[in-house]
Design a protein around this ligand. Structure first.
Ligand SMILES: [Zn+2]
Length: 347
């Protein structure tokens, strides 16, 4: 949009965007190059546009449009406002600000292969909120992968993980090409479930979980993805992960020792927390969740669930627990009660 404005002779522009450039943004636009990954979208777009049209006066802000400093008075300084937003909440906000400031708004967006453009002019056209919107079911990939701020984002993330690990990886939004700087989880495809020794299996899951819950989050923190976020996500602590693995090895090793390629769910001793009385009503923090996830991973049948009794249930539990861990690391949830997983078990 900015490129088109620059080429069509618009000379006085202000742009506001709180996002930073992700590798996944590079394939469908003309402004960003691989060396820009991690930088502010607004600032890079402004600089690059100046090369298209040096006459341009352009002011860029790496900021949230909902920041109160963009007041009605600020909006009323413009002849027209153009929305290129990825969420309903921000669109509603800009719609209201433009109505209050009596400035024409052009709202645009895409979903899949479809695009739409809607002019919104006070007193002439319907506004963005005149008609109720269907509940959002599709979420932008950058929100899912990097900046979840609702538990539903974490559920979608886990569903995509499920496709990645247990269905066709290329159908998952999380799938990345090998030639890009891939996320840590990509090196674990397909997920290995067959090992000669329990120690090897635990070591493998340690590096897998460390990759997903620490390295990939830390990488985005280093890229300054969360510059404008209220709270930073907390990558999973390596010490805690190793402590959990130690507990599991001690407990599972008691009955099993080495040499088992696959542990059957019905012969696996219960985890320390599920062997407690009234464990269904206990509240789990991050450590309890990791412990239970490792138990569920141990139960994974060698073929990833197909044909094996209890296989799908166990895969489902892995995905479900991943949701809560992801929610916790992103500060969306601090603890949860095991009752909700029993509903899943009961299905
Ligand atoms: Zn309206």
């Amino acid at each position: 949009m900015l490129k088109n404005l620059a080429f069509s002779g618009v000379t006085n522009i202000e742009i506001i965007d709180l996002d930073t450039i992700d590798v996944s943004n590079l394939n469908r636009q003309f402004l960003f190059r691989p060396e820009h990954v991690g930088q502010s979208k607004a600032l890079v777009a402004a600089n690059v546009s100046l090369r298209f049209n040096p006459e341009l006066t352009i002011q860029a802000y790496h900021d949230n449009i909902k920041n109160s400093k963009y007041s009605v008075a600020y909006f009323s300084t413009f002849s027209v406002v153009l929305n290129a937003l990825d969420n309903v909440d921000a669109r509603r906000h800009v719609n209201r600000m433009c109505l209050a400031a009596n400035v024409p708004l052009i709202d645009s967006g895409t979903t899949g292969y479809l695009g739409q453009v809607t002019p919104i002019i006070k007193g002439w056209t319907a506004c963005y909120e005149c008609h109720p919107k269907p509940v959002q079911k599709v979420y932008p990939i950058c929100t899912i992968r990097s900046t979840p701020d609702k538990p539903v984002h974490c559920i979608v993330w886990a569903k995509e993980c499920f496709k990645l690990l247990f269905n066709n990886p290329k159908d998952s939004m999380l799938f990345e090409d090998e030639n890009t700087e891939a996320s840590a989880y990509m090196s674990f495809l397909p997920l290995k479930t067959r090992f000669a020794k329990i120690q090897e299996k635990l070591a493998y899951f340690t590096s897998f979980l460390f990759g997903v819950f620490h390295l990939d989050i830390q990488k985005r923190i280093d890229m300054d993805v969360y510059k404008t976020a209220k709270t930073l996500p907390v990558p999973l602590d390596r010490g805690l992960l190793e402590e959990v693995m130690g507990t599991v090895l001690q407990r599972v090793g008691e009955g099993y020792g080495d040499g088992h390629t696959h542990i059957h769910a019905h012969t696996l001793p219960p985890s320390p927390q599920t062997s407690q009385p009234d464990w269904e009503h206990s509240v789990w923090g991050i450590k309890e969740n990791i412990l239970e996830l490792v138990y569920a991973l141990l139960e994974l049948p060698p073929n990833g669930g197909e044909g094996e009794e209890g296989g799908y249930v166990c895969v489902w539990i892995c995905v479900w627990i991943c949701v809560w861990i992801w929610c916790m690391l992103y500060g969306l949830l601090h603890a949860w009660c095991i009752c909700s997983i029993l509903l899943v078990r009961g299905v």
